[in-house]
Ligand binder design. Structure first.
Ligand code: IP8
Length: 261
C-alpha cells in the first residue's frame, strides 16, 4: 500500500520568520513516519514537503512568480532552489535520525512544467527508490518550465500529480491545525472544523475562503483547496504536532482530522 505524507510549509516552518524551520514539529513528523513504518512492514511512503518561509520569500524577492526571462531572474531561480534545499536538508536529517530510510529526490530535478503545471515527471526514479525499500522525499520547488523558463511547483501539485500516476491509496496532509476550518481557528477558538468534506463541495468552499496572508506564492488555503479538488484518492488533513494521529492516518486507522473524499 502506497501512501503520501505532505509536510505542510505552515507546519514545518515559522511562516512569519525568514528561513526558520520548526525543528520540533519536523521531529514529531519524522517520529510519526518511523512508527508507521515499524508497525506496518508492507507500508510504502512518499514524503512531499512544502517551502514555507524558505522558498516563498525568495520567489517574491527575485521577482520570479511569473517566470524566468532575464539573467537576473535566472540567478534568482538558483537562490529559490537553494533556499528550498536548505529546508530539505533539515527534513532529511531528522528523518534519517528517526531511522527512516529517506532519500531526497528534489522535485526540480525530476519534473518539468508547462505554464506552471507539471508536464513531465521522472516517475522511474521514485519507483526505483520505493523498490529498494526507501522513502522518497520530494518538495514544493522551482522547476524548469517549457514556456516560462522556470516556475514554481507547489508541493500540493506534486501530490495531486503523483496520486493517480502511482495509484496512491491515500494522502495525509500534516498542517498547523487539526483539520480544515471555515474560519481561522487561531483567531476564533469556536471555529467549526469539518470532519468530512465531499470533493464536489471543495470548489464551493474554495470561493469562500481567503488567500494566505503570509508570503505564499502558491495561493495559501485557496490555492490548496483548488489543488486538493483534483486529487482522486482520499485525503486526510491533520495536525503535524500530534504524531499519534499522523501515524494512525498513515496506517489507514481513524484519528482526529478532516477527511476529503
Ligand atoms: O510551499 C512552493 O511550494 P509549497 C515552492 O508547497 C516554492 O506551495 C519555490 C515557493
Amino acid at each position: 500500500m502506497l501512501v503520501i505524507l505532505k509536510m505542510g510549509g505552515a507546519a514545518i516552518t515559522d511562516k512569519a520568520v525568514y528561513e526558520t524551520a520548526k525543528d520540533e514539529v519536523i521531529w514529531k513528523l519524522a517520529s510519526a513516519v518511523s512508527q508507521a513504518l515499524q508497525k506496518d512492514k508492507g507500508l510504502q511512503l512518499i514524503i512531499v514537503h512544502g517551502a514555507g518561509s524558505f522558498g516563498h520569500p525568495h520567489v517574491i524577492k527575485h521577482g520570479v512568480e511569473s517566470g524566468v526571462r532575464t539573467p537576473k531572474q535566472a540567478r534568482g531561480f538558483c537562490e529559490v532552489r537553494n533556499s528550498c534545499a536548505k529546508l530539505s536538508a533539515a527534513v532529511m536529517t531528522q528523518l534519517l535520525d528517526a531511522g527512516v530510510p529517506a532519500v531526497l529526490l528534489p522535485t526540480g530535478a525530476l519534473a518539468v512544467q508547462k505554464n506552471k503545471r507539471i508536464s513531465s515527471f521522472n516517475l522511474a526514479l521514485i519507483k526505483h527508490a520505493l523498490n529498494l525499500g526507501l522513502v522518497p522525499v520530494l518538495r514544493g520547488d522551482m522547476v524548469f518550465d517549457e514556456v516560462l523558463g522556470a516556475s514554481v511547483c507547489s508541493g500540493d501539485q506534486v501530490v495531486s500529480y503523483l496520486c493517480p500516476k502511482l495509484k496512491v491509496a491515500r494522502a495525509v496532509f500534516a498542517t498547523d491545525v487539526d483539520g480544515v476550518f471555515l474560519e481561522d481557528p487561531k483567531k476564533n477558538k469556536h471555529a467549526k472544523m469539518f470532519r468530512e468534506i465531499r470533493l464536489r463541495d471543495l470548489h464551493q468552499m474554495r470561493d469562500s475562503v481567503g488567500g494566505s496572508k503570509a508570503t505564499d506564492v502558491t495561493g495559501g488555503m485557496r490555492g490548496k483547496l483548488s489543488e486538493l479538488s483534483g486529487i482522486k484518492c482520499p485525503i486526510f488533513v491533520a495536525n503535524a504536532s500530534e504524531p499519534e494521529r499522523i501515524t494512525n492516518l498513515l496506517l489507514g486507522k481513524r484519528a482526529l482530522s478532516t477527511k476529503i473524499s
